[in-house]
Design a protein around this ligand. Structure first.
Ligand code: ADP
Ligand code: ZN
Length: 521
C-alpha cells in the first residue's frame, strides 16, 4: 500500500525521479501531513508533484482545481501512465471519459480528480465530491482567485466554500509572489486562517538578466534577434498592434515569426501555440496573453520590447526561457514613454486608491530593477524574499558594472522642491523649478519665488528626468493616483531629506539620456 512507502520511495517508483527539486520535499511533507499549505514556487519548479505525491499517501480522492484544460489533460495522462488512477471533469470531456471518471469514483479507485473551477458552480458537483470521499483539495494557479490579477477566474471564489463544506485540508500553489496577491489567497481560500507558507527556489541561474534604455526599439529587436538566429524566442510587447508590426519586421529580416495576442480568433491562437511548441527556431511576438500554459523547455531568449507591468510580470515572463536548464538570455527595453504609459494604465484602471497606490509601488520596484546600481538577480530575488550570498555574475551589471555617483545633494534638492510645493506636482513642473525655468505655471503659482527655484541648474532637464526615475526606482517618491500623478514622498525619503542617509545613483542612465527621451518623461 502506498501509505507504507516513504515520499522518496514514491518519487522513485512512481515518477522515476532520483531526488526532490529544491524546496519540493518540505511542501510534499506538509501536504502529506494534511496541513493547509500555500506554496509559492516558480514556474517549472515542479509543483504538480507536491499535490500528486501526497495524494497517493492518503485514502480517498484529492480534487485538483486547475484553470487550464490542456494542462489537466497532460497531467492526467502522465499520472495514468505512471499507474495512478486519475481523471478530469472538464467541458472538453467526451461522454465516455466522464463516465469512466464517475465509475472510478463510484468504486473507490479514483485518487486524483482534476476539475475546472467552472464545475463548482453547479450544486451537483459539491454533492458528488462529498459522496466521492474527497480527503484533500489542491488548487493550481491559486492567484486566479485574486480579483485584481489579470488571470482572475470568478469561480475560484467558490473554492473557499468547498473547503468549508468538505472540511478537508487545502494546498494552494502559485508562481505569483506578490504580497498583496498572497494575502488575498489566504483570505479567500483559507478563510483568513494563515496556512503553512513556502516561498522558495525563485532563482533561475541559467537565465541571464539585462536591461537597456529604449532608443530605437525596432532596430534593437532586430539586432537582438539577428544575434540569435535559429533559436526559439519570445518578444513581449505592451500592445496588440505592435506585435503585428514587429512580427512583420522580423519576417522581413528573414526570421520565422508570428504575432500572438488576445484579439486573435481562438483557432489562430491554438495554431500559433501548436507551431511554437513544435517548430524549431520560431519567434513569437506577443502580448502577455501568450504564456500561461506554454511549456516549451528550449525557449532560448525572451525580449521585452516594452516595459512589463510589474516585477512579478517581468519574472514570470522571463521565466519562460531556459526551462531545460541550459543558458538562456533575456533583455528588457525601457524608456520614459513606457513608464508613462504604465502609470496612466494604473491611474485609469479599475480599483480603488489603495490598489492603485500599490500598483505604483510595484512599478517602482520594476524601475528599481531597471536602473539598479548592482547585481540585478540579487535585487530581483530580494524582492521575492530570497537572499543571495554572492552576486550572480550572469547579469549585465555584474558583467559591466555601471558608473555610480553620489546623488545625495541632487535628490535632496528634488525632494525639497516636492515638499515646498505641497506634493502637488509631477516631475515636469518640479524640474522647471529646479532648473529655474519660468513657465506660465511656475509664474502663476509663484514658484519662481521659492528658495528651491533654480537650485538645480547644474543638471540638464534630461539628467533631472533620469534622477527622478531613479528616485522612483528607489521608491523615494510615488505618483499619487488622486492627484494626477503628483509626486509625494514615501517614508524612505525622510532620512535622505534630513541629510541622514546618502543616495548613490547611476551615471550612465543620467548622462546618457538622449534628447528624444528627454521631453517626455
Ligand atoms: P510547474 O511548477 O510549472 O507546475 P511541473 O509540476 O509541471 O512544474 O514540473 C515541471 C517539470 O519538472 C515536469 O516535467 C516534471 O516532471 C519535472 N519534475 C518535477 N519534479 C521533479 C523532480 N523531483 N525531479 C525531476 N524532475 C521533476
Ligand atoms: Zn548579477
Amino acid at each position: 500500500m502506498a501509505r507504507d512507502l516513504t515520499t522518496g520511495d514514491l518519487l522513485r517508483q512512481v515518477w522515476g525521479f532520483d531526488g526532490f527539486r529544491p524546496g519540493q520535499e518540505e511542501v510534499v511533507d506538509a501536504v502529506a501531513q494534511g496541513r493547509d499549505v500555500l506554496a509559492i514556487m516558480p514556474t517549472g519548479g515542479g509543483k504538480s508533484l507536491c499535490f500528486q505525491l501526497p495524494a497517493l499517501m492518503r485514502d480517498g480522492v484529492t480534487v485538483v482545481i486547475s484553470p487550464l484544460i490542456a494542462l489537466m489533460r497532460d497531467q492526467v495522462r502522465a499520472l495514468r501512465e505512471a499507474g495512478v488512477e486519475a481523471g478530469a471533469l472538464t467541458s472538453g470531456n467526451t461522454e465516455a471519459e466522464t463516465e469512466a471518471v464517475f465509475a472510478a469514483i463510484a468504486d473507490g479507485r479514483m485518487k486524483v480528480l482534476y476539475m475546472a473551477p467552472e464545475r463548482l458552480a453547479s450544486g451537483g458537483t459539491v454533492t458528488l465530491l462529498r459522496r466521492a470521499g474527497v480527503t484533500a483539495i489542491a488548487v493550481d494557479e491559486a492567484h486566479c482567485v485574486s480579483q485584481w490579477g489579470h488571470d482572475f477566474r470568478p469561480d475560484y471564489l467558490r473554492i473557499g466554500d468547498l473547503k468549508r463544506t468538505l472540511g478537508v485540508p487545502l494546498a494552494a500553489f502559485t508562481a505569483t509572489a506578490d504580497v498583496e496577491t498572497r494575502a488575498e489567497i489566504v483570505t479567500r481560500l483559507f478563510d483568513g486562517q494563515p496556512p503553512v507558507t513556502f516561498l522558495r527556489g525563485f532563482d533561475r541561474p541559467n537565465i541571464r538578466l539585462a536591461f537597456q534604455p529604449k532608443n530605437s526599439p525596432r532596430t534593437q529587436v532586430l539586432t537582438y534577434a539577428a544575434a540569435r538566429r535559429g533559436q526559439s524566442g519570445i518578444v513581449y510587447c505592451g500592445a496588440r498592434a505592435r506585435t503585428e508590426t514587429l512580427a512583420q519586421a522580423l519576417r522581413e529580416a528573414g526570421h520565422p515569426a508570428i504575432a500572438y495576442h488576445a484579439g486573435l480568433e481562438a483557432e489562430a491562437r491554438r495554431e500559433a501555440e501548436a507551431r511554437f511548441q513544435t517548430e524549431d527556431g520560431l519567434i513569437v511576438v506577443a502580448t502577455v496573453a501568450f504564456g500561461m500554459g506554454i511549456d516549451k523547455p528550449d525557449i532560448r531568449w525572451v525580449l521585452h520590447a516594452d516595459l512589463p507591468k510589474s516585477i512579478e510580470g517581468y519574472y514570470q515572463e522571463i521565466g519562460r526561457a531556459g526551462r531545460d536548464g541550459d543558458p538562456a538570455d533575456t533583455l528588457t527595453l525601457y524608456g520614459p514613454d513606457d513608464i508613462r504609459l504604465r502609470r496612466t494604465q494604473i491611474d485609469e484602471g479599475l480599483g480603488d486608491v489603495a490598489r492603485k497606490a500599490g500598483d505604483h509601488a510595484r512599478l517602482n520596484a520594476l524601475l528599481g530593477l531597471a536602473e539598479a546600481t548592482g547585481c540585478r538577480r540579487r535585487r530581483l530575488l530580494a524582492y521575492f524574499g530570497e537572499e543571495m550570498a554572492e552576486d550572480c555574475g550572469n547579469c549585465d551589471l555584474c558583467q559591466t558594472p555601471p558608473k555610480l555617483f553620489d546623488g545625495t545633494l541632487a535628490v535632496r534638492k528634488a525632494l525639497s522642491a516636492m515638499v515646498r510645493t505641497g506634493e502637488w506636482f509631477g516631475a515636469g513642473h518640479l524640474i522647471d523649478i529646479l532648473t529655474g525655468t519660468t513657465t506660465d505655471k511656475v509664474r502663476e503659482r509663484g514658484h519662481d519665488q521659492l528658495p528651491t527655484f533654480g537650485v538645480g541648474r547644474e543638471h540638464g532637464r534630461g539628467q533631472w528626468q533620469a534622477i527622478f526615475r531613479q528616485m522612483m526606482g528607489l521608491d523615494l517618491c510615488r505618483p499619487d493616483p488622486e492627484r494626477h500623478g503628483a509626486l509625494h514622498l514615501t517614508e524612505t525619503a525622510h532620512p535622505i531629506l534630513r541629510g541622514e542617509e546618502p543616495v548613490t545613483l547611476r551615471e550612465d542612465t543620467t548622462k546618457g539620456a538622449k534628447p528624444a527621451n528627454v521631453l517626455r518623461t
